[in-house]
Write a protein that binds this ligand. Structure first.
Ligand SMILES: Nc1nc2c(ncn2[C@@H]2O[C@H](COP(=O)(O)OP(=O)(O)OP(=O)(O)O)[C@@H](O)[C@H]2O)c(=O)[nH]1
Ligand SMILES: [Mg+2]
Length: 595
């Protein structure tokens, strides 16, 4: 099969073009370093099935950050039929250098001048034909986001691939060509083909930045925006979640239950109280998750995250981190796994490990489910959002505390060169793709981990079968008794202990497990939990869920990215200890005060 590799500097629209060409849903975001691993998809071009590979952005071929290495290693190890080099038309003075370097590799190449919409808005004129002639390659002008020029670009790709030359490997020895000569050629090309008006700055971006990057108001505004976003997710999402729960209950009562009345009680109990309630409870949170990711998509794609990195950089450096660590932390609020992988953009190992150590404290969407459930079940409507917000604050407290403790052991001296992209707003299609990505991701998780977790909990709570489910004689009950000396001092009772143990696998399992343990679907679960738990116990439980290991996937990624068992052990052990300590202090403190 023919192979096309997408290369270019970070944040030039490679993944956007990839999605348009292949119909895939690769993650797109408005800051450098969104793609950190290679991603491929197949598409029919002309008569050939062609593999398109989306690669992490790279500044030049000598780069040594982990994500840049991914791109270089790919070129070293694979034959490529066509290099698709993508450049941001508004920054050709810098972007052409990489194109020239890549040209030296001796592979067939098509240069895409992307973001033509922004270039023309800024009044930048590019003589593409002249540039193509002088560089001796083919060039197409496109806007990957809006689609201008896409048809022509696709035709050019098809045509260049139809040549009968066999695929070749890049000649990496040429990658280190003479930089001075290259610089010289670049200047000449740029002067010949690009016209930039005297004032070409983006006025909207400048104006917005004057407010949003204000030395005093910048940070408070950012936190206000974040608070507003979480409020919105909560107020819009909670009713939707109730609606889904109600719908599932209807289906269970009206359709599923009558259909299985004749089956043996054991199988019926398993299907209704196990599978349906367990998975249903988790699925009912889907609206909240999707809403959350859509809001995140806006924050991320607008370019506001890069501003957050800029604003927080000074503070983060005091903790031994930098602005990018803060961005990863925020990314982690969606899911910790991609955030951990995102640290590949950091070159210093110390900085990378320290950032990886704090990311798992980010209150990810799986934990959000548990907290939304508990806050609505236990607290008054006016208090619930505040309690939720306090957990976000605790998430930062745990992370910053950890950084303070470990910064001297994982020190670094990597200066942060941050580029602030212009503000951009996602199109409807981009939002749709994003939502779809999250739903499919969630359902994949649901069909794997969650299903397995629910099955296990059901087995443990229902065996031996002659006992009351989840009573102290069952396997689950015995397990809880075993751990009681650890969890009693922090106010977590037997049944919730079982939920916590399974939460180690994935936080999505916690609510499913509770539904099984208490023998109730989502709509009844809240009442039962509220009857058995007071607010101090509930908060202690939430604190523990917030801080201890998020899920097995994060552990796997921590190991894979750090390549160190010792670090992985620290990244699992320390949060467990911290979770217990925080819950202990809170629980015993609150009880001592008479609550
Ligand atoms: N205005 C405009 N924005 C674009 C265009 N193409 C991409 N973008 C935006 O540019 C930003 C970066 O796009 P990505 O596709 O994530 O860029 P990338 O090159 O894959 O970035 P990395 O993976 O970080 O290297 C996103 O906000 C896109 O919506 C375009 O043609 N015009
Ligand atoms: Mg990308």
């Amino acid at each position: 099969m023919k192979r096309v590799a997408l290369l270019g500097m970070p944040n030039t629209g490679k993944s956007t073009f990839f999605n348009r060409l292949t119909g895939a849903a690769a993650k797109v975001g408005n800051w450098p370093g969104v793609t950190v691993d290679l991603l491929s998809a197949k598409v029919l071009l002309g008569a050939d099935m062609v593999e398109i590979v989306d690669l992490p952005g790279l500044y030049n071929l000598h780069g040594f950050a982990e994500d840049e290495r991914v791109a270089r290693r790919f070129l070293e190890d694979n034959t490529v039929d066509l290099l698709l080099v993508i450049a941001n038309s508004t920054q050709l003075d810098r972007q052409l250098a990489l194109a020239l370097q890549l040209q030296e590799l001796g592979l067939p190449m098509l240069l895409l001048l992307n973001m033509s919409d922004e270039a023309s808005r800024l009044g930048i004129e590019i003589d593409g034909e002249r540039l193509a002639r002088e560089m001796g390659i083919e060039i197409a002008t496109v806007s990957a986001k809006h689609g201008h020029g896409f048809g022509k670009a696709k035709d050019a790709i098809t045509r260049l691939l139809s040549g009968s030359q066999p695929a070749r490997k890049a000649d990496m020895s040429k990658a280190f060509a003479d930089d001075d000569a290259l610089e010289h050629r670049l200047d000449a090309l740029y002067a010949d083909s690009v016209r930039v008006p005297l004032t070409s700055s983006d006025r909207v971006t400048d104006r917005l930045d004057r407010v949003l990057l204000h030395p005093w108001f910048g940070l408070p505004l950012f936190f206000l925006a974040m608070l507003g976003m979480f409020e919105a997710v909560y107020t819009l999402g909670a009713p939707l979640q109730d609606a889904v729960a109600w719908l599932l209950e209807m289906v269970k009562e009206q359709a599923v239950a009558p259909a299985v009345t004749d089956w043996s009680p054991m199988v019926r109990s398993f299907l209704l109280d196990g599978l349906f309630d367990g998975v249903g409870t988790v699925v009912s949170f889907l609206p909240i998750i999707v809403l959350f990711f859509l809001f995140m998509a806006i924050v991320e794609d607008s370019g506001y995250l890069s501003r957050a990195a800029f604003l927080m950089d000074a503070f983060m450096s005091r903790l031994g981190l930098d602005g990018r660590s803060f961005v990863m932390q925020l990314m982690g609020f969606g899911c910790n796994v991609p955030a951990l992988m995102g640290t590949r953009v950091m070159r210093s190992r110390g900085l990378r490990l320290l950032t990886m150590l704090i990311i798992p404290f980010s209150l990810c969407s799986a934990r959000l489910q548990v907290f939304v459930f508990f806050t609505t079940a236990i607290f008054e409507p006016w208090a619930a959002p505040l309690v939720l917000f306090s957990l976000y604050v605790m998430s930062f407290v745990a992370a910053f505390l950890t950084a303070l403790i470990y910064r001297s052991r994982l020190s670094h001296a990597e200066p942060l060169l941050l580029e602030l992209p212009p503000y951009r707003f996602p199109t409807g299609t981009q939002m749709w793709l994003r939502g779809w990505r999250e739903v499919t991701h969630f359902l994949r998780e649901a069909s794997g981990f969650i299903l397995l977790g629910v099955l296990l909990v059901w087995a443990l709570t229902h065996y031996p079968s002659d006992l009351e489910p989840a009573s102290s004689g069952t396997l689950a009950g015995q397990l809880a008794t075993l751990f009681a000396p650890i969890f009693q001092p922090i106010g977590i009772d037997d049944l919730m202990t079982v939920a916590l143990l399974f939460g180690f696998v994935a936080k999505e399992v916690v609510l499913g497990a509770m539904a099984l343990i208490y023998g109730a679907g989502d709509s009844h679960l809240a009442g039962i939990v509220a009857g058995r738990t007071d607010w101090v116990q509930a908060y202690s439980f939430m604190l523990f869920v917030l801080v201890y290991t998020p899920c097995l996937s994060t552990v796997a990624v921590l190991r894979q990215e750090s390549k160190s068992w010792k670090f992985t052990a620290l990244a699992v052990g320390w949060p467990l200890l911290l979770a217990w300590l925080l819950s202990f202090v809170f629980y015993q403190g609150a009880r001592a005060l008479g609550y």
